[in-house]
Design a protein around this ligand. Sequence first.
Ligand code: NDP
Length: 258
Amino acid sequence: MNTSLPTAYEAEFSGRTALVTGGASGIGLALSRRLAAGGATVVVADHDERSAHKAADELRATGARAAAVVLDVTDPASVEAGVRFAVDSFGALHLAVNNAGIGGPAQPTGSYGIEDWNRVVATNLSGVFYSMRYEIPAILASGGGAVVNMSSILGTNGFANSPAYAAAKHGVVGLTKTAALEYAARNVRINAVGPGFIDTPLLRDTDGPARDHLVSLHPAGRLGSSEEVAELTAFLLSDRASFIHGSYHLVDGGYSAS
Ligand code: NDP
């Protein structure tokens, strides 16, 4: 099956500036490409400087407006500076995707490392809060827009040996719904996406039987692609989703249906 979806709705994001955290790899990179293909100006925000610049260079080579900013979502001052960079560079911020995330080790709750817990929650949950904390005022000042927070199928299901990841991703769903209520009447739509397991560098250490197990969780019989997640996310950011506020949308190959 071809999971590289065609680019539809050309120019649907023209005149919009988008910031994508974790935009240099995997789902974030596919989304940066998708938004740029739709006419958005894209700020690739990632803590990996080389990859962020490589991604922005690639987007500019296609004729898009794009820039890279080095940002660590666990550091509020860094996030604030990244959002300011987007506004100073392009005059406004309309769209944001809070996608940066890490997996963490596989350990049961009773022996999960305290440092590991703090690192995963700092990145996957606090990072989303810090990002919205600075993005929302910038989006309001730009006349409104949309935010998508990257949760996971583990935003609704538990997953043995991933306590920090599952807790953080459940937290992203609650945070998304709460922020959506606060800004729905002010022309800012805020939603969350819950991917099943997606074939990205995040799963780089998962192979052999462990990977086969992950595949077996998806009735579709395969892992998802970054482009499939990017497509749903792009829809939620677009005006086609104009009445969608505070929702959590799965893109999971049927994982959650059983
Ligand atoms: P990748 O590892 O491919 O991409 C994540 C990007 O975020 C990387 O460039 C990473 O840099 C960057 N990043 C990590 N920590 C920070 C930080 N503190 N500040 C800024 N950037 C950071 O992962 P995916 O594309 O797979 O994941 C993207 C999102 O999707 C994550 O939130 C993940 O939890 C979620 N997701 C992924 C699924 C999957 O199966 N792949 C399933 C469900 C949800 P570096 O590589 O240097 O760490």
